[in-house]
Design a binder for this molecule. Sequence first.
Ligand code: UVW
Length: 338
Amino acid sequence: MRWKNRPEGSNWGDFGEDDQIGRLNFLTPSVVREAASEIREGLRFCLSLPLDLPGGNALNAGRLPPQLRPTLRGGEPNSNYRLSADFPDFRDVISDDAVLLHTQYSSQWDGLSHVGQEFDADGDGIAEVVYYNGYRGGEHICGPKDATSDTEMKASALGIEKMAEVGVQGRGVMIDLEGAYGRDSKSVGYDDLMRVMEADGVTVEKGDMVCLHTGFAEMIVEMGGTPDKDKLHGSCCTLNGRDGRLLNWITDSGLSVLIADNYAVETYPAQKQPGACVALPIHELCLFKLGIHLGELWHLTPLNRWLKAQGRSRFFLTAPPLRLPGAVGSPANPVATV
Ligand code: UVW
């Protein structure tokens, strides 16, 4: 065992000592078959923002838009390259590119190696850097301690490719928070969430992929690539991670993944509270304790609008991350089918 102590309220070991996919284990063949019954019209919705939005670094100073450039061919940009230059008989023209991609800049998945905790997993009174299921910072999830370190920033456990290998598909369930609370900033607790679900007749079953629509990503689209930082940071619903009943609901609902169209799913930093020792309590619960991947900045508004008009909240969702070994997060290009 990698741990003697497991965090209170965690499920470490429940899916196996070496489990690296957490509650994606709930996406069983029968759950996916049942989810497929939500496909009635054959209409598809792209749930990703263009990956160069929001624009600039308005949401997170360390995350920058993708930088695309051509690869080189013979030292020259490999754009519109005429193959006839090498083989006179051929007419093929080739362009080829490379990208510097901040994996969590835009619509994205948080991997289970994204947020861990200083936690005494060994029970020796010393807190180690630990992630879901006891995987260790440094040993399994590496990061350079300083700019001169040659340690690779690579997760040898809990990398995002483990999620991709599941072939992420299931039943999406939309909860329309914007419909109830508008675009003002609001930290949504258990009662607020239940009120919306009850009013809209939304139920969540084991394995469901829960999507919270707040209007935030639509606002980013409306800003057209030149985001208003203050407006973004003071708008739309986020989940209140200090609400214990909300945390219990996430645990007990059986949801497999938790997705939002806002920046971090939850209010960040969480409200000040005496004795509170984490800034991101929903990240702690989901990524660290329960193995629930978080989707962020998904573009949910067009799908939400369509579902509302049809009196539906459920849909079929296909949402694998990039199969990028060792990455702690990934851009997402999810597709809803209704
Ligand atoms: C924050 O950075 C607050 O959240 P995330 O890394 O999940 O986007």
